[in-house]
Design a protein around this ligand. Structure first.
Ligand code: ATP
Ligand code: F6P
Length: 447
């Protein structure tokens, strides 16, 4: 049998990885775990997170700090049972085809880490430990205020009392916590240690390609506030005719959008702070960026070019249905995986967008001016859209989309330029030009 491969072309037939989070409470472990899961799932690598806190809550829904005192036998027993239940579920999930399982817990003692390592090794599962270490008191307090006082552990409680209790919970963990390889006897482990949100990182014994992809992604994360803006190019001459692909000029209305874009961006940014602008290498996105302020850095990426429609480039959907009826139907049945003859699929586009996502994670404010299919793929990464849905997301012309990543999700706002444009959205089974995606309009909340 040919080896099973995934989005980034890794042979995953035998690779199964358990990512074991390590660190004191409020160090961003769940944040890191969720980002890793979203990134891997976007690349079609089956990934799941097992949060031990969720398992513990079935037996101890709102424990006070004393529960986490190392000498509390009742607490110790329940915490161990929760870890065992999470790991048992993870092993069952691996048996059903899981590739990267993330164990989201403090795993703050050497004993606990050895227990997970032994169990995974017996099951032929590789282990990477990922520790977040942070001694910035202000950041820890901010994390407690932002996410801990609103956690189900403190539901209905006064936030000040909750924050104090959480601080005491951390003190109890500190009594037994050992950082990875702190005593020099864990040097055989595969690990990534991230100190103070990436100011320093230690990488130890990373072994294969998939491990290194995960580590490289996690090394590039930051938590400074930032926004990503997405816009399609202004309406093009080929859009007017309902033809796909090509490298056409903007229509009159498309030009009008290009002139309006600086104002729309200013309204959305809320200040004169400069942005970096990324376009594709095609005329219509470069022309759309043309009137943006000169002090904005601009960069053209081939990776942002529209999905290549191969032999269908320049055709209308009706012409494709007439000339290649089987292909037309196959695309509707599985739009994510269908690859145009001599061209690309949405899956191919995601693969070539991986460096864009990596660069976006490293950057702060970026405005991307690109194309319908490419924007759908970037949107799917931020919004965790499943593959069956992402190729059908309506991304209207002459609309600026603002994505603001938060601790556990992304906020979306849209800004309409109020300049008419044709619709290039097409519903399943249809060949109609300029169809109206009315039922799906509510996907974006318009500003
Ligand atoms: P617990 O052990 O209680 O589950 P946790 O370590 O999982 O805590 P999170 O719930 O992930 O902590 O905390 C989320 C907060 O951590 C967010 O506000 C996020 O901005 C912040 N954060 C993300 N990454 C880091 C990091 N590397 N270091 C410190 N804080 C971070
Ligand atoms: O019609 C505009 C366009 O950007 C085409 O160039 C591209 O082929 C198409 O949209 C992608 O949308 P879909 O995947 O829905 O055909």
């Amino acid at each position: 049998m040919a080896p099973r491969t995934n989005g980034i072309g890794v042979q995953v037939e035998n690779t199964r990885i358990c990512v074991v989070m390590v660190g004191l409470p409020a160090r961003g472990k769940s944040y890191i775990a969720q980002k890793a899961q979203r990134y891997l799932a976007w690349l079609s690598i089956p990934a799941a997170t097992f949060n031990v806190g969720n398992y513990r809550r079935t037996d101890a829904p709102q424990p006070s700090a004393d529960f986490f005192e190392p000498n509390n036998p009742e607490g110790e027993r329940k915490r161990r049972a929760a870890a065992e239940a999470a790991v048992a579920d993870m092993l069952r999930w691996f048996k059903k085809g899981g590739v990267v399982g993330i164990l989201d817990a403090t795993n703050s003692t050497k004993e606990r880490r050895k227990w997970v390592l032994d169990l995974m090794t017996q099951n032929n599962i590789e282990v990477i430990f990922v520790e977040s270490k942070c001694d910035d008191e202000n950041m820890i307090m901010a994390n407690i205020r932002d996410v801990k006082t609103t956690s189900p552990d403190y539901q209905g409680q006064d936030p000040e009392t909750a924050a104090l209790d959480f601080r005491n919970r951390i003190r109890n963990y500190e009594k037994v916590y050992k950082s990875l390889n702190q005593d020099g006897d864990e040097e055989d482990l595969t690990f990534l240690k991230i100190m103070n949100v990436g100011k320093q990182v230690i990488i130890n014994r990373i072994r294969d390609y998939l491990q290194s992809r995960i580590v490289y992604y996690l090394m590039n994360l930051h938590i400074r506030p930032r926004t990503v803006w997405l816009s399609r190019h202004g309406e093009s001459m080929l859009n007017l005719e309902g033809r796909i692909g090509g490298d056409a000029e903007l229509s009159h209305r498309g030009e009008e959008y290009a002139r309006k874009l600086p104002e729309l961006v200013r309204e959305s940014v809320g200040s004169d702070r400069p942005l970096t602008v990324w376009t594709s290498t095609l005329k219509r996105t470069i022309a759309t960026a043309r009137h943006l302020p000169k002090h904005y850095n601009q960069l053209q990426w081939k990776a942002l070019d529209e999905l290549d429609a191969g032999v269908c480039d320049g055709m209308t959907y009706q012409e494709i249905a007439d000339m290649y009826p089987d292909d037309f139907q196959a695309r509707d049945e599985d739009k994510y995986n269908y690859r145009y003859r001599g061209g690309e699929s949405y899956r191919d586009v995601v693969i070539r967008l991986e460096p864009i996502i990596m660069e976006l994670e490293r950057s702060e404010d970026i405005l991307i001016i690109s194309h319908q299919a490419v924007i759908r793929c970037i949107y799917a990464y931020f919004m965790q859209k499943p593959q069956e849905e992402s190729p059908w997301v309506p991304v209207p012309l002459h609309t600026l989309i603002k994505l603001t990543p938060r601790a556990y999700g992304t906020d979306v706002q849209t800004y309409k330029a109020n300049i008419q444009a044709v619709s290039t959205w097409r519903g399943k089974g249809s060949t109609a030009k300029h169809e109206d995606p009315s039922p799906e309009k509510s996907l974006f909340q318009t500003h």
